[in-house]
Ligand binder design. Sequence first.
Ligand code: 5GP
Length: 130
Amino acid sequence: MASIFTKIIQREIPAHIVAEDDQFLAFLDINPLVKGHCLVVPKQEVDYIFDLDDQTLAALHIFSKKVAKAIEKTVPCLRIGTAVVGLEVPHAHLHLVPLNNMDDINFSRPKLNPTLQELTGLAQAIKENI
Ligand code: 5GP
């Protein structure tokens, strides 16, 4: 069965997309740790990030750099932190998390639940900064 991220890539379910090319998609996490938290996924459905081939793994990071710079311009933060967890969705992805302190990237914290309107506005703003 297709992963939830493949369904987003194929536009079967909606997401707040901020960037896309032929290999990757970046969109807002639906339950972010902090405002601006994005996910970057390869279109190729591979569960474990370290099972990606070297070229895709490298290209994922290069694509993420562009997204991180745009988030940085949009959301006040000291820098963008990255994390790989993958315990919830079995489709490789990189978390891009705007950081103002160490706790901002604490995945044990309760997640936020932004409105659709907030997500739409934020995705648009990030997109404009790419
Ligand atoms: P992980 O697999 O790295 O542990 O966590 C998966 C992440 O994907 C979580 O931060 C979760 O909020 C996010 N997520 C799960 N389902 C969806 C979804 O349908 N849409 C979006 N935009 N994010 C999702």
